[in-house]
Design a binder for this molecule. Sequence first.
Ligand code: FAD
Length: 310
Amino acid sequence: AFEVLVIGGGPAGSAAAIYAARKGISTGIAAERFGGQVADTMGIENLISVPYTEGPKLVAAMEQHVNEYEVDIMNMQRAEKLIPAAQTGGLHEVKLANGGSLKARTVILSTGARWRQMGVPGEEEYRNKGVAYCPHCDGPLFKGKRVAVIGGGNSGVEAAIDLAGIVGHVTLIEFGEQMRADDVLQKKLRSLNNVKIITSGQTTEVVGKDGKVSGLNYTDRTTGEAHHVELEGVFVQIGLVPNTEWLKGDIELSQHGEIIVNDRNETSIPGVFAAGDATTVPYKQIVISMGEGSKAALSAFDFLIRNSAE
Ligand code: FAD
């Protein structure tokens, strides 16, 4: 059995494994795909002290750093069920999709999240070539250009306000008859003169030219009319889904499916901690996930010294 078992190998899980292993305790990390969302990212410009890197390069660096320590990396292993310890300080069990199971005195859940996609033609093809999901990450790449934000919930409207300060023009497209964001955000958005708001709009296709996004087609759901908007970027903001389906019923989740953690990364189960995009911690970013993973490992260590087996 491990003293610390990390589930998930993104920035949160890598940081947790490194911090745990540096305490000299037996550490394992099981991940469906080591690297997580970073593996799907092009340029990264906001990892402090690293002015520019690329996803695959950062994944290789994370793996190399984890390998500096005695960490048992179990890649391509999907966790399917968490069976909490019968009593505090006992062994938790994690069942894997391959039929095996792992036991550990503490578990750190860092299974991350995935952006909900529109599922329209062109979206996948032009991902990272104009189709983006993270305004904090990719907004500056569209300086002075025209972009659309898909989604009029809080994250879409926040993204549109944020982008309006950087890009030339923002078209916000909301599927429903009205935006769902908080009034104060909607008011702020309407006060901006380089933003156009389209409601009852269903995006039907992302169009490209020369390997880059050149526009977007949408249907006006009230009239059925088809429209085309010329632009250089599309920010999809229709939801970030935490990879926590497998934990439902076993651990406390928020209404959005995020693992509820306190400021010490403790979950509703003693000895089970969580970190990163899978949790209720706001602002889903690499640097934040790394910090949260480190905190979770330190909390796990603290738990172990207080609940050590005789
Ligand atoms: P993830 O990176 O999501 O890692 C989750 C890990 O858990 C993966 O290893 C996954 O395979 C594994 N996993 C999931 N389910 C299971 C399971 N059941 N069993 C076992 N393993 C499982 N952030 C920035 O700071 N800067 C950027 O420039 C930036 N650009 C981005 C661009 C894109 C296209 C995307 C999608 C995200 C971007 N982000 C960026 C956000 C950033 O990638 C995330 O905030 C960060 O990766 C979250 O780290 P994490 O470790 O919590 O989760």
